[in-house]
Ligand binder design. Structure first.
Ligand SMILES: O=C(O)CCC(=O)C(=O)O
Length: 364
């Protein structure tokens, strides 16, 4: 087996105290990749050529070809870009970053400005306003491969291709999405850390009514263990994605991304698909089904009460002295109904070594 050369070193990664196991890495024809996708387990796929025509999309090429449309660019005072939904409004919420609209050359100038104090992250769904050369590159993506995946797994329609152009050091804090994603790295290097849905209780997502819905409340740099004591149980699965890599990121898996320090710009494109319809329900429910159920319950209560401030009062009233007994903590190790973290580690660990790539994966 050939050792794989890494274009990056460990000192380009942020340091965290929790364990991080390697994610499985498979070449595109490896049946293990198909198996993992079917089981809704993450896998990094090499050699799919999904967006090989976008590997040349550096800032110069995009400035020349992407057209005059406007792009959403987040501007932050720090390296952190924590998403918020500006349609959800609550008292006292200050957005942690500014959402701006820029044409590409404005973004280019902002990034090239050496005297700036702000950091930038372009995040824009690809649309029909892009220039003709970008359309040609897009048409020449490996649609045959990805449509086959969509069919094999009974996914619904493709909903969006988000173009992500990130500066070195940018961090997308931990959150989950409700769709299946083939996250494709065009150029540059991004470290990703994933957590299975069964770790929901260790990651404390914000309430559904909150602008940070789906985002973990835990600041990975300075976790507040008084408020979020179970965060110390968290176990991640990580890797560094490089040009041409495709990560299958299953719906409801928590994920965290960082563009490697001193690595320049990183460009990636998401392929978000509606998840497969829920088949026959069997018991115990899966962690994903429980998460979806919790979301729906929270939404229903908000709809009934109308006022988000009443929601906290309601849940406390419901649980106080009745549903919040210590007995709930027993579920941590048995993991009744929410999947078994140990079995996920074992499964992902085994498969990570069988592909001709996984052995060399660094423990990121
Ligand atoms: O690449 C990033 O920084 C974030 C990507 C992400 O969160 C996603 O694809 O769901």
């Amino acid at each position: 087996m050939m050792a794989e050369w890494n274009a990056w070193t460990d000192d380009q990664l942020k340091t965290y105290n929790f364990p991080i196991h390697p994610l499985p890495i498979c070449s595109v024809n490896d049946p293990q990749a198909e198996e993992l996708i079917k089981e809704q387990k993450p896998v990094v796929i090499k050699g799919s050529e999904l967006i090989s025509t976008a590997q040349k999309w550096d800032l110069e090429y995009l400035r020349e070809h992407i057209g005059d449309g406007e792009f959403t660019v987040y501007e932050s005072d720090s390296e952190s870009f924590k998403y918020y939904d500006d349609k959800k409004v609550i008292d006292g919420f200050t957005p942690p970053m500014k959402q701006r609209r820029m044409i590409f050359s404005e973004f280019y100038d902002a990034i090239k400005n050496k005297n700036r104090t702000k950091k930038y992250y372009l995040q824009q769904p690809l649309n029909d306003k892009v220039g003709p050369q970008i359309v040609v590159d897009f048409i020449n993506f490996n649609w045959k491969w990805i449509k086959q995946q969509q069919m094999n797994n009974n996914w619904g329609p493709l909903t969006s291709n988000l173009l992500l152009i990130s500066e070195e050091g940018n961090v997308t804090p931990c959150h989950y999405d409700e769709q299946e994603n083939f996250y494709s790295q065009a150029n540059g290097y991004k470290r990703v850390i994933l957590f299975p849905p069964s770790q929901y209780k260790y990651l404390y997502p914000h309430p559904v009514y909150h602008p940070h819905d789906r985002q973990s409340q835990v600041d990975f740099d300075e976790p507040n263990l008084k408020l979020f004591p179970k965060f110390k149980k968290v176990v991640g699965f990580g890797t560094v994605l490089g040009p041409g890599d495709v990560l299958y990121l299953p719906s409801y898996w928590f994920h965290y991304f960082e563009t490697l320090k001193n690595s320049g710009i990183a460009t990636a494109i998401t392929f978000w698909y509606k998840a497969a319809p829920v088949g026959n329900i069997t018991y115990p429910l899966t962690a994903v089904q429980l998460m979806a159920m919790m979301r729906n319950t929270e939404k229903m209560i908000l709809e009934a009460l109308k006022d988000y401030k009443q929601v906290d009062i309601f849940w406390n009233m419901l649980a106080a002295g009745r549903y919040c007994k210590d007995v709930q903590d027993d579920t941590d190790d048995e993991d009744a109904g929410v999947g078994n973290d140990a079995s996920v580690v074992a499964k992902l660990g085994d498969i990570g070594r069988c592909t001709g790539h996984g052995d060399e994966a660094k423990n990121v």
